[in-house]
Design a protein around this ligand. Structure first.
Ligand code: SAH
Length: 237
C-alpha cells in the first residue's frame, strides 16, 4: 500500500519527462511487449480535454455516462496475464474510452497488417462507443466495435483466443465461455458492484473450466439481464 502510494507520488513528478512514465513504477509488469504497447498509446487521447492533465496518473478517470477509463496498472495486469500474441482474435467487453482497445490492437498487431483487424469490442453506451471509434480511427486502429450487451459476446466472430471483460460480473457469462476457443484465456473481474471483486483468469482446457484468482479489484458493473438467469452462468463447467 505505502509502496504504491510512494510510487504514485513520484510518478506525478515524472509525468512530463518521460513518454512512458508508468514503466518504472510497475515492477509487476515485466512483459516487454506489454510495456512497449503502453509506450505507444498515449492515454491523453482517450480522456476529455479538461482531464488531460490527469491522464498520466495511474488512476481511473470519468469518461461520461457514469463510467470510467480503467486504471492503467490494472489494464496492464490483465493484458499481461492474457499473454496476447500477434494475430490472435480478441473479444473485449466494455470498450469505454477505447484506451484498452488500442493497447489490445498493439499487442495483436502483425507486421504490415491492419492494427485491430482481429480485435472485437462491445460497449453498452452508443455515446461511448462512438467517441471510442473516432479516437481509434484517428490513431490508425481499425478494431470492430459495436453497441450491445457484451455478456452475449459476438457469436458471429467466435471463437476467440482471448476475452477481456472490463466490467464486474457476478458470474462468468455462459455465452462468453462458449465463444472462448479451446486453449483460450478469459480475464474478468468477478463480484458485486459495491462488494468484493476479484480478477479471475479463466482457461478452457479440454473443454474444462479452470481459473486462477489474481487479487482484488474495483470495476463498474457489467449490466446485463443475462446475469439474472443461473442457466447463463458458466462456472463449474
Ligand atoms: N477499458 C475501458 C474501461 C471502461 S469501464 C477503458 O479503459 O476505457 C467499463 C465499460 O463497460 C463501461 O463503458 C460500461 O458502459 C461498459 N459495460 C457495462 N456493462 C456492459 C455490457 N453488458 N456490455 C457492454 N459494455 C458494458
Amino acid at each position: 500500500m505505502w509502496r504504491r502510494l510512494l510510487r504514485w507520488l513520484s510518478m506525478k513528478n515524472a509525468q512530463n519527462e518521460d513518454e512512458f512514465p508508468w514503466a518504472e513504477y510497475w515492477p509487476e509488469i515485466g512483459d516487454p511487449r506489454v510495456r512497449a504497447a503502453f509506450g505507444k498509446v498515449s492515454r491523453e487521447a482517450f480522456v476529455a480535454d479538461s482531464l488531460r492533465r490527469y491522464a498520466h496518473q495511474d488512476v481511473p478517470l470519468p469518461i461520461g455516462e457514469g463510467q470510467t477509463i480503467s486504471q492503467p496498472f490494472v489494464v496492464a495486469l490483465m493484458l499481461q496475464a492474457l499473454d496476447l500474441k500477434p494475430g490472435e482474435k480478441v473479444l473485449e467487453i466494455g470498450t469505454g474510452s477505447g484506451y484498452q482497445t488500442a493497447i489490445i490492437c498493439e499487442l495483436t498487431a502483425v507486421p504490415d497488417g491492419v492494427r485491430g483487424a482481429t480485435v472485437y469490442s462491445v460497449e453498452r453506451f452508443a455515446t461511448l462507443a462512438d467517441n471510442a471509434v473516432v479516437r481509434l480511427i484517428r490513431l490508425g486502429y481499425r478494431p470492430h466495435i459495436r453497441v450491445g450487451d457484451g455478456a452475449a459476446g459476438w457469436p458471429e466472430a467466435a471463437p476467440f483466443d482471448a476475452i477481456v471483460v472490463s466490467a464486474a460480473a457476478s458470474h462468468v457469462p455462459q455465452p462468453l465461455w462458449e465463444q472462448l476457443a479451446e486453449g483460450g484465456r478469459m480475464i474478468l473481474p468477478v463480484g458485486e458492484q459495491f462488494g468484493e471483486q476479484e480478477l479471475w483468469l479463466v482457461r478452457k482446457q479440454n473443454s474444462r473450466f479452470r481459473y486462477k484468482r489474481m487479487g482484488g479489484v474495483r470495476f463498474v458493473p457489467l449490466v446485463s439481464p443475462l446475469l439474472d438467469d443461473p442457466s447463463q452462468w458458466a462456472e463449474g463447467r
